[in-house]
Design a protein around this ligand. Structure first.
Ligand code: ACO
Length: 705
């Protein structure tokens, strides 16, 4: 459910705040919060609520919110968990629309009942509820520190939303050392009601927010989050913690065993246009750039340095982050050459050499940054005895400002000691992100490039091209399997489901006798493949249950008997339903497409190099379903070994278009049947030469219990 805008306004920009559980006793959270609200300069009304006190920290106290004569926008609740429901009820009766529940002791310790109770009370009275189990909210623009974090963050325009309260307090302090400006910091806790999506929607409209920075442990409604992020007009950057344990339980298919949280979140974030951070420090590096600089609207990145070493490091990093450096155009090089020693380089990086003075930096920036070729600038500096880092920093800022250009990003890296530290702080205070290592500067620039690409891709979400006729056929097949008490469809059933969605499958039918097998093989045409059909034999090859390339009738008869004998020996109690006779597809490049029903994002598809080595190669990629043809083609082209499909070692290129089309249809199928299907694999799918299509030769479908 989406919290309403009016209630969120009151939560985040309240004109009056009651602190329920306010205390005169220093050291108590209820004391700290009142003190913080006063000390950090909040201009609205403050009402401490305490059962016995008449005055707290110089403010008149009330026994209950009901006793306050005026309207209250926000109630910050800091009483022990068992009393919270009573307080929420009083707030509801008072007509308060927004609650910030600091108290711990709810779902995080298994007390889902208590959390449900306060949530249903909040819903009944139309209140939004932030938390419980939070540090609170901080806003520099409103001078409101309604939290027990010690002070408002270093001022700026980023907003930080975090599921870890302790991290909020730590980052709050770090904003001063890193000089990263945040306007709002919001501890989101158990997300009983207000969640990331609600807050991002609100922040998108907030004029004091330029970028949204997220620390995520787990989303409740992945699709709502994706939808909101996709429609947001500000950069969103996220650090997802806890990517190692997720998905461990799902292993009934190849896809299930490969679908770790890292893969699925990565896919969802990409589709939703969320920029990712690799760790905490990277989150802050990227936030700094995104909150201060415009996006990088092209690939012509210019690097100016006074040291070859850091220039090479930056070049390597640029390549690693997907923005490889190109040589500067000849006219830029020619002009720059006039302003540097013989032994310098005007290519890219532009190496002004260790002799570079602040004037050289100034000239080089003026010439190169202002040139129409340039999309963005990275300035590097190694501390030298002859230069003062602060003066270099000031020179960089002056040169950039004087060009009058506002839409090309600039980042700086100054490598050195305390003087560089001081110079970088000055730069950041003056709107230019600066980092102690060239790699960090390049990574920040890569985030600005990523944001530009995200903006240009916005609103290309796939629509679900579902077909009710296909779904009807598939559901009938599934219903029969369920009636038979089976969660795993047989290969024949799975193939029929795939065929209902128009996937190019091989012809396959069930023979219940040797004679039937012969008849089916004659009808299909030789060669054929024969496979055991038994709900008790999942790994058919291991049981000797598969024979390929059967060329004639006598081969069919022999295979029928051999398969039966070896499967009966492999698992005497196995319920063998018969032997499938299948058209033998010509050899092609083996790939896999599969799906899982992710607990957070729902139906999610995988594509990768397939066959028997799929789990060894792990060359796979994911997307949350459905996907459009473009996204499907991106999947095909982003696996590491795409060269195999593009025509490696003189082989003809494979039919990637047919493959992308199949992925698209497949995603529609699993999205349509998301209430039925847990996991699927189409493995292998054979991909033929361009124009010759693809063929699914093995299908697996596992149903939801
Ligand atoms: N209305 C108003 N005031 C009340 C009510 C009520 N219904 N009931 C109790 N109070 C008062 C109490 O009398 C007390 O005031 P006093 O000091 O004048 O006696 C005050 O509320 C606080 O109640 P206490 O019983 O003293 O509770 P305490 O302050 O010890 O703890 C708290 C309350 C902070 C909510 C605690 O239960 C809790 O949940 N702590 C964890 C909070 C937390 O860490 N949240 C963030 C997690 S994220 C992270 O990791 C940082």
């Amino acid at each position: 459910m989406m919290s309403d805008k009016v209630a969120l306004d009151k939560l985040l920009k309240p004109k009056s705040v009651a602190v329920v559980g306010a205390s005169s006793q220093p050291g108590k959270i209820g004391h700290t919060i009142v003190n913080n609200i006063i000390k950090d300069g909040y201009q609205g009304k403050i009402y401490p609520i305490n059962p016995t006190a008449t005055e707290i920290l110089g403010l008149r106290a009330y026994a209950s919110v009901g006793d306050v004569p005026d309207a209250i926008d926000l109630a910050v609740i800091t009483v022990p968990a068992r009393f919270v429901a009573g307080v929420v009820e009083e707030c509801g009766r008072k007509g308060i629309r927004a609650l910030s529940v600091i108290s711990s002791g709810f779902s995080e310790i298994g007390r889902h009942d208590l959390e449900e109770e306060i949530l249903s009370l909040a819903r009944r009275y139309g209140m939004c509820l932030l938390g419980p189990n939070i540090v609170g909210t901080l806003s520099s623009s409103d001078k409101l520190n309604a939290s027990f974090a010690p002070f408002l963050p270093y001022p700026g325009k980023a907003a930080f939303l975090t599921q870890s309260g302790a991290l909020l307090i730590a980052i709050d302090a770090m904003t001063y050392t890193r000089k990263i400006g945040f306007n709002r910091m919001i501890s989101i806790g158990n997300m009983a009601d207000v969640d990331f999506a609600d807050l991002i929607t609100w922040l998108d409209q907030d004029e004091d927010t330029s970028c949204v920075c997220l620390y995520i442990e787990g989303l409740k409604d992945g699709r709502k989050f994706m939808e909101v992020c996709r429609n947001t007009n500000k950069p969103i950057i996220a650090l997802k913690a806890g990517i190692s344990a997720h998905g461990a339980a799902a292993a009934a298919s190849h896809t299930g065993s490969l679908a770790g949280a890292a893969m699925v979140y990565n896919a969802a974030f990409r589709q939703a246009g969320v920029i990712q951070a690799s760790d905490l420090s990277n989150l802050l590096d990227r936030t700094l750039a995104l909150s201060l600089q415009p996006p990088l609207q092209g690939e012509n990145l210019l690097v100016i340095t006074n040291g070859g070493g850091i220039g090479v490091l930056a070049t390597d990093a640029a390549e690693r982050y997907g923005i490889p450096l190109h040589f500067a155009p000849a006219d830029v090089q020619e002009e720059l050459k006039k302003h540097m020693p013989e032994f310098g380089s005007a290519k890219n990086p532009i190496d002004l050499t260790g002799m570079a003075s602040k004037e050289w930096y100034y000239q080089a920036i003026q010439l190169a940054y202002a040139h129409p070729w340039t999309h963005g600038l990275v300035v590097l500096y190694c501390e030298t005895a002859m230069t003062n880092p602060l003066e270099i920093a000031q020179s960089v800022k002056q040169a950039v400002d004087e060009t009058g250009i506002r839409n090309r990003p600039v980042v700086v890296s100054m490598v050195g000691g305390p003087r560089c530290e001081q110079a970088m702080q000055w730069l950041v205070e003056n709107g230019i992100p600066a980092y102690p290592a060239p790699d960090q500067a390049m990574n920040a620039m890569a985030a600005l490039r990523e944001y530009d690409l995200i903006r240009s891709r916005k609103n290309t979400a796939a629509t679900n091209g579902c077909s009710s006729h296909s779904a009807e056929i598939a559901r009938q097949i599934i219903a029969r399997a369920r009636a038979d008490n089976r969660l795993a469809l047989t290969e024949i059933e799975a193939t029929k489901v795939f065929a209902a969605y128009g996937l190019p499958v091989t012809e396959i039918s069930l023979a219940r006798s040797e004679e039937e097998a012969v008849a089916l093989a004659n009808q299909t045409g030789y060669p054929v493949v024969m496979k055991v059909v038994s709900p008790d034999i999942i790994h058919k090859s291991d049981a000797g249950g598969v024979k390929v390339n059967i060329k004639d009738e006598s081969g069919v008869r022999a295979a029928y008997r051999i398969i039966l004998d070896s499967c009966q020996a492999y698992k005497p109690e196995a319920d063998i339903r018969g032997i499938a006779v299948q058209e033998m597809a010509p050899l092609g490049t083996e790939v896999i497409v599969g799906s899982i029903n992710d607990p957070t994002f729902g139906p999610t598809i995988m594509f990768g190099l397939g066959g028997i080595f799929v789990e060894v190669l792990k060359d796979v990629t994911f997307r949350v379903a459905p996907v459009n043809e473009d996204q499907a083609m991106q999947m095909v082209n982003e696996i590491r070994n795409v060269a195999i499909l593009a025509g490696a070692r003189g082989e003809a290129p494979r039919d990637r278009e047919a493959l992308a089309h199949l992925i698209c249809q497949y995603a529609t199928m699993v999205y349509d049947l998301r209430d039925e299907i847990a996991e699927t694999d189409a493995n292998p799918i054979l991909v033929y030469e361009e124009g010759k299509g693809v063929k699914v030769v093995d299908a697996r479908v596992i149903l939801i219990e």
